[in-house]
Design a protein around this ligand. Sequence first.
Ligand SMILES: *Cc1c(COP(=O)(O)O)cnc(C)c1O
Length: 380
Amino acid sequence: MFSRRPGQGVLLIPVCQPWIDHREQARASEALAQGCLAGGGGYVNAFETQWASHCHRTHALAVNNGTAALELAVHCLNLPPGSEVILPDFTIISCVRAVLSQGLIPVFVDVDPITWNLRSDAARAALTDRTAALMPVHMYGLPVDMDPLLSLAEAHQLKVIEDAAEAHGAVYRGRPCGSFGDISVFSFYANKIVTTGEGGMILFDNPAFLAPAQRYRELGFDPERRFRSSGPGANLRFTALQAAVGLAQIEKLDESLARKQHLAQRYREGLGDVPGLQHPVSDPDSGHVYWMYGIVLDESLQLDGATLIQRLHALGVDSRPFFLGMHEQPYLHQLGYCPSPEAFPISRRLARQGVYLPSGTTLTDSEIDRVIEAVHTVLR
Ligand SMILES: *Cc1c(COP(=O)(O)O)cnc(C)c1O
């Protein structure tokens, strides 16, 4: 539950650790006892089927991580080379790498200051005659306002790639996140709400994506002749051992979600009276699952996120900075993407002033209270 601070022997409350117990151990042992390590044994299929059903989708393909799932999703849409994909500037680089990997052009838009999510009006303003797809990201577990975005997509015949990597179990207007995109994507990385250590999945209803997705996942091999590659591909395979762990994780999803709600409520109550702190959206109708509990420091506090992280660390609390906006990524500058920083004031501010606090489902109440106390100490 604790990780030790190097060299000091002081206990550090971790940001997020996977919640693994006898249920994952039992499933994994069962798989191993059956000799299932890579594919085989039906574990991968069972995991795909169960997660597809949870997300109200027809088809699912598990892959080795969420970044690969995004790449696979963009590949399956088969968009004309040079098409533009609109995505939030405030996200993880995985989204952009997926777009670039398929010869498409990322177009970044600033996010909403309250939800930190992609807004449909901003997406509309970025449309050109080359726009082919939208990539909303449910940031930190808060569902994107999908209805206006889906209307925009429909009106302009745009595909939607839904990045639900942070939103397992989240529900928007009665529908699960992961059910909205032409193709939707999850990650099962160690800090995600459902984890298999590393892992990812794409979900969709259109059967036309099935064959290209299977082919790309396995080195572009023909279904009729193994080892004959008839198109682009990579090794994106998922393993039975991971799937076994994932099945146990799905079983305890409701418990994980309840723990996240509890954690968010305790933070909100404990830190609600601290002036100059912006909290995550708390409206129960928002469907927020609080993958991470993020706070944003007002400039009036004369404190940036990096300093808060340092001071919390000295008090035995680990925390993390928010994402760094895509317009500030050196790699994208090298590629010639140099969007004007003035176009992304919200994303820039979140990157500097945003910090997420320990948010793991393994945290005890007394640990959460120690975090709250530490934040009070720093900001006093
Ligand atoms: C975690 C994450 C990914 C990438 O998933 P990996 O499994 O780490 O490759 C993609 N998008 C978002 C929004 C994420 O949070």
